[in-house]
Design a protein around this ligand. Structure first.
Ligand SMILES: [Zn+2]
Length: 52
């Protein structure tokens, strides 16, 4: 029960359970409800990746 670790996570409006961060969004593992993170963009994604 790591309540403190997920204390900052949003609550699913459908189930009322704590959501979990999943690859750039918060996701409810009960019903699959997702909240996208507006600021979560991969660095370099959408940019030219030529210098490797
Ligand atoms: Zn849910």
């Amino acid at each position: 029960m790591d309540l403190f670790e997920h204390a900052a996570q949003p609550i699913c409006p459908e189930c009322g359970v704590t959501m979990h961060p999943e690859d750039g969004r918060d996701e409810c593992r009960e019903c699959g409800y997702r909240i996208e993170w507006p600021e979560a963009q991969h660095p370099g994604y959408g940019d030219d990746i030529a210098d490797v």
